[in-house]
Design a protein around this ligand. Structure first.
Ligand code: FEO
Ligand code: CA
Ligand code: CA
Length: 667
């Protein structure tokens, strides 16, 4: 069965986030990324590095430009000594901290979990072990403790070329080296499905170090085969009925769980993001979902699941994609509970779902739709949060108002209700109910005139200063005539961060003000137009903001996705970003990932003494033959982090960062 893997796109899961829609910029102009790449190659960066050992030995050219490292930003909220930016095969944290690997792909979670053996991996084993490509990390205290709780972790996707032996070969054809990639067998597809989803696992800090409580009674794996319930306005709608589920309420599995959140009532919410990659096949001629699926680039066929499971084949189950692209809520207090897909929160490529309780007790969730030219949303519950009765909150997410953001040139933002019957969301435009509006949230937002953004990723409300931070990762396809005040750069290769202040400090407000906190990229390259403060060192700038966290003192920490040898000459990592006073827009490097990885997580425990970070897709360079002269794959990896054993592949892992000798991460 090779029809599900086209020969020119063999590592497609690596590129799912980048493969979103047709190129709109057809000019020959050099992209900003190419300008930067030229700059780094002029420095001879990584030249001659053909192996991991060579990378490790390479002296980072960034070391030559760090003389101003000691310069302190006046009024900065961060006093740690900055880490040096660079690229190698290991993780690094700022001096004075420990960064300990806590959970690796394949680690056992239950008493009966088999030990990880990458050469004999099975779906049964994987479903009892920590999954692949950890992304969102949340912490739910047990009995209010900051040292004993449940860690909840999303497993966004799988990279078969890094997970399975024998998939990739490099062959010589006509004197040229080429990749040969074997299709996956059903057993491997089953492992992939079991490696997706989420993990709930009890953890405890003992003598200053976090330990996994194997077989904790609430430990749980959620996978692409876990039964889920569709709830809210879309449940039971004809457009979500399938041959396996004529009720339109029972879905098997969740996919591409990117970022997420923990609700004020202690449930775990998982955002389904790049759902298009899992579907293959063709809709029946003239099917009514053609335009709906096109707006989400469904089917993309990056995975081979449809070869083995009809529900991922549009020709066989044309409604199945309408059952994905939701926010999933998990009651972690009951490991047998059925996760619920909360349809009131809209259907799109959900990045995350961070929330805050507003003054009147309603709960506000900020939601990004991560695609070039897509939107920023917020969901306001109809009911109010009851801090004294957890059960009373358990269906708050089924009833509320979804809004989409329209950013004006004058610095105001309006939150437009995405509600059937209001404005253009009527029968004339093909909507018969709120269910239709929610299934086609993107089209509804198009009609409302929402502002097309540069890939909205995490959005984090800050309870301390009342502001909201929106990570916009990049958009190299924005043309000069598409620039607007909230997306001010054409060919935005490095992204930016917007700060929103809701009117009256009320998170439920339908109007607010906004400003750009930071335009990212190398501030020493004038064409980039980055706006880091002058106190930001050569290590301190970054590109591609993606995930973020706010610690309990209200300080902003930004994690990145997409740096590397070509884009910025440094790996992804976690940067501390000042938002207040004279130090505003000063950034400082705290942690960086091994080569090929992106930085996910980040999360601070309630006592601010631990930062959990998730190292996702280490060693992945897609099909790029640079800079090693061959792509990185299972048998020939750019890093074998974190075990560094010749018989152990690279393993995405969650890392716990603590201060040596104890205390808060940042004081
Ligand atoms: Fe899965 Fe948009 O990051
Ligand atoms: Ca992300
Ligand atoms: Ca991303």
């Amino acid at each position: 069965m090779t029809e599900h893997r086209s020969p020119d796109t063999r590592f497609r899961t690596s590129l799912l986030e980048e493969s979103d829609g047709p190129a709109t910029n057809l000019t020959d102009n050099r992209t900003m990324g190419e300008i930067i790449a030229t700059r780094f190659s002029r420095r001879g960066f990584l030249q001659g590095s053909l192996a991991v050992t060579a990378i490790a030995a390479t002296v980072s050219p960034l070391a030559l430009i760090t003389a101003d490292n000691a310069r302190a930003a006046e009024g900065s909220a961060f006093t740690f000594d900055e880490l040096e930016a660079g690229i190698d095969d290991k993780h690094h944290v700022a001096p004075g901290y420990d960064a300990d690997v806590l959970l690796r792909w394949g680690d056992p979670l239950f008493a009966d979990s088999p030990d990880f053996d990458p050469t004999k991996q099975s779906a049964e084993a994987q479903a009892r072990q920590f999954g692949y490509n950890n992304d969102y990390v949340g912490y739910i205290p047990i009995d209010g403790s900051a040292e004993h709780g449940l860690l909840v972790v999303n497993h966004e996707y799988t990279n078969s070329h890094l997970m399975f032996p024998g998939i990739v070969k490099i062959v010589e054809k006509d004197g040229k080296k080429e990749l040969e990639v074997a299709p996956l067998g059903k057993e491997q597809v089953d492992v992939e499905m079991a490696a997706h989803g989420g993990t709930v696992v009890e953890i405890r800090k003992e003598a200053g170090k976090w330990q996994v409580v194997r077989d904790g009674k609430l430990n749980r794996r959620i996978t692409s085969n876990t039964e889920m319930q569709l709830s809210g306005p879309v449940a039971g709608n004809d457009r979500v009925k399938t041959s396996a589920d004529p009720t339109g309420t029972k879905v098997i599995g969740t996919v591409n769980n990117c970022a997420g959140g923990v609700t004020p009532w202690g449930t775990y919410v998982m955002a389904e993001e790049n759902i298009h990659g899992y579907f293959s096949g063709e809709l029946p001629e003239g099917h009514k979902e053609v335009a709906n699926y096109k707006r989400l680039a469904i089917p993309e066929g990056a995975y081979e699941w449809a070869a083995h499971y009809d529900r991922f084949d549009l020709g066989k189950e044309p409604n199945e994609p309408n059952r994905f692209g939701w926010i999933v809520e998990v009651d972690v207090n009951d490991p047998t509970s059925t996760p619920k897909k909360r349809t009131a929160m809209g259907r799109f490529k959900h990045e995350g779902a961070e929330s805050i309780v507003a003054k009147d007790g309603r709960v506000v969730f900020y939601l990004g739709d991560d695609e070039r030219f897509d939107y920023v949303y917020k969901f306001v519950t109809t009911g109010t949060f009851n801090p004294n009765d957890r059960a009373a909150n358990m269906d708050l997410l089924d009833d509320g108002t979804l809004h989409v953001a329209k950013f004006a040139e004058d610095g105001s933002v309006e939150w437009l209700p995405v509600v059937f019957g209001q404005g253009p969301l009527t029968a004339e435009n093909g909507f018969a109910s709120q269910a239709d509006v929610l299934i086609e949230t993107r089209r509804a937002a198009d009609l409302l005139g929402a502002t097309k953004m540069d890939r909205p990723e995490d959005i984090q409300p800050n309870a301390v200063n009342g502001k909201v931070y929106v990570m916009l990762t990049n958009n190299s396809k924005r043309k000069a005539d598409q620039v607007d005040a909230a997306n001010p750069r054409a060919e935005n290769a490095f992204g930016h961060i917007i700060e929103i202040s809701e009117d009256g400090g009320d998170f439920t407000a339908t109007k607010g003000k906004w400003e750009v906190l930071l335009k990212c990229g190398d501030p020493s390259v004038a064409e980039v137009g980055a706006t880091f403060s002058t106190a930001t060192t050569a290590n301190g700038w970054f590109g591609m903001p993606d995930n973020c966290a706010v610690d309990s003192a209200g300080r902003l920490w930004v994690a990145t996705d997409g740096q590397g040898p070509k884009a910025t000459g440094r790996t992804d990592g976690l940067w501390a970003v000042d938002t207040e006073g004279a130090a505003r827009a000063t950034s400082k490097l705290f942690f960086r990932v091994p080569i090929g990885a992106e930085m996910c997580g980040p999360l601070f425990t309630p006592d601010d003494q631990t930062a959990f970070v998730a190292v996702q897709h280490p060693a992945d360079g897609g099909e790029d033959w640079e800079p090693f002269g061959r792509p990185s794959y299972y048998e020939d990896l750019s890093t074998r982090w974190p075990d560094f054993k010749p018989d152990m592949p690279v393993r995405p892992s969650v890392v716990a960062i603590t201060r040596q000798g104890g205390g808060k991460i940042a004081v």
